[in-house]
Design a protein around this ligand. Structure first.
Ligand code: KE4
Length: 435
């Protein structure tokens, strides 16, 4: 498959946009080659500038849980935009969004909208620091909470993909307040809390890690974090920007039955529009301005067009919970189908899956932490990625990203993906033996 138009556009883009992209995760740096420029997408398919039809397993990095150009979302955006794209005043849409989300997530009393997942996580951490009067936070190596300074320490996603998990530009003053533990390792958290007693405002994590591939919490991990936070007077923050409304109607809080003090959302909540949100119980959220002294704001927070899009999607998910059963079945079929193909070709491939978030690691399993992920054969992933792209299957362009199945990925598309992997691995074997 050739991509001449994307190549020309990428050369042009690099003249005025750093790296030719507005977010490094899109740059194909880890897998090499030219990022494909899209013109439209529908259901499970994206269509690039060179007329290629691609089965999409990124779904805009999570929002497209019902597939691209979902009619109810498109209609809602068109109606809202015709009434003005923004007022800078309160609207009833924001109340409907807050009511809908608080009705879907257990223990969520109050919610504030933001314009990205980064803002949501940054704001949640500021609230935790304001509420506790403490400075330090504990995050986990390989978890990604957006590009806020406090988080770019041993971060996942694009920071990890590009080899700068701890970014230059973050001051030592900031970095000293971010402590890093190991995912699924309660002892590493206990030690940090004991060593920094009464200084830790919060422990923040992705309850299902999706930015170092997909890594579920091991039995007892989330419950253990809840207990440790309670013992040390620290708040527990679930960053559900990726897993929220995807791994269950009420996200990780519903799926695992562990109640955090604060949650952060993004992606699905905006249905592809720039939306994030943070929230928690009424007591913790009482410190948020203008009720309380912790300042947090945004010109376009709660934007009517974005709220209309997010509400249309969340309403579908909230009123049709059977969607989650379909997603589970189809994602399981993809997981086992691909596992059989890797096995048949003698490829060592560990895998994790939670609902419609999944990831394959080309190394021995199990994969429970960042150090396990570091064993994955990224070179093999790159060749597999490009082989699949040439077969019309668009995987995330990094071994450190989760794959997403949408409700538009029907059985035929799942089977087509599995068959494509079989052809790719046969071709890779042939080219290896031809050398
Ligand atoms: P945004 O600021 O990109 O909306 O959200 C940051 C964020 C926070 N928390 C979690 C768990 C996230 O996954 C993200 C963003 N995810 C990456 C993909 N793994 C965004 C892709 C990109 O940076 O372009």
């Amino acid at each position: 498959m050739k991509y001449p138009r994307s190549q020309n556009l990428f050369d042009r883009a690099k003249k005025h946009i750093p790296g030719g992209v507005n977010s490094p995760a899109r740059a194909f740096k880890a897998v090499g080659g030219t990022p494909l420029f899209m013109v439209r997408a529908e259901g499970a398919y994206m269509y690039d500038e060179d007329g290629n039809e691609l089965i999409d397993y990124i779904g805009s990095w999570g929002p497209m849980i019902l597939g691209h150009s979902y009619p109810a979302v498109v209609d809602a955006v068109q109606i809202a935009a015709a009434a003005s794209t923004s007022f800078g005043t309160p609207t009833e849409l924001e109340i409907q969004m807050a009511e809908r989300v608080c009705g879907m997530v257990p223990g969520l009393d109050k919610l504030r909208m933001t314009n990205s997942g980064t803002e949501a996580c940054m704001s949640a951490v500021r609230v935790a620091r304001g509420y506790t009067g403490r400075d330090k936070i504990i995050k986990f190596e390989g978890c990604y909470h957006g590009h806020g300074d406090s988080f770019l320490i041993k971060a996942g996603s694009g920071a990890l993909t590009l080899g700068h998990p701890s970014s230059p530009g973050v001051t030592a003053g900031t970095a000293k307040d971010t402590l890093t533990a190991d995912f699924n390792d309660l002892e590493s958290v206990r030690q940090l809390l004991d060593q920094n007693n009464d200084e830790v405002a919060a422990v923040i994590l992705e309850p299902v890690a999706g930015n170092m591939g997909c890594i579920p919490p091991r039995d007892g991990f989330l419950e253990g974090l809840r207990k440790l936070c309670d013992q040390h007077g620290a708040l527990l923050i679930f960053d559900e920007v990726m897993c929220g409304f995807r791994i269950a109607r009420g996200g990780a809080v519903e799926r695992y039955g562990v109640q955090p003090d604060l949650m952060a959302y993004g992606k699905v909540i905006g249905a592809g529009m720039p939306v994030g949100a943070f929230g928690g119980n009424a007591d913790v959220m009482s410190v948020v301005a203008p009720d309380g002294p912790v300042y947090q704001a945004g010109t376009l927070s709660g934007n009517p067009v974005a709220m209309s899009a997010g509400l249309a999607l969340l309403t579908e998910l909230d009123e049709h919970p059977e969607i989650y059963g379909d997603l589970e079945k189809r994602s399981a079929a993809l997981e086992t189908g691909l596992a059989e193909v890797f096995d048949r070709h003698g490829i060592t491939a560990a895998r994790n899956r939670v609902a419609s978030m999944l990831g394959f690691f080309f190394c021995e399993g199990p994969v429970h932490s960042f150090s396990d992920v570091s064993r994955t054969d990224t070179e093999f992933f790159s060749r597999f990625f490009h082989g699949m792209l040439d077969e019309g299957v668009y995987l995330p362009p990094s071994a450190y990203e989760a794959w997403f199945v949408s409700h538009a990925h029907d059985d035929k598309i799942i089977q087509a993906t599995i068959d494509a992997a079989d052809r790719v691995l046969s071709n890779m074997k042939r080219s290896r033996s031809a050398r």
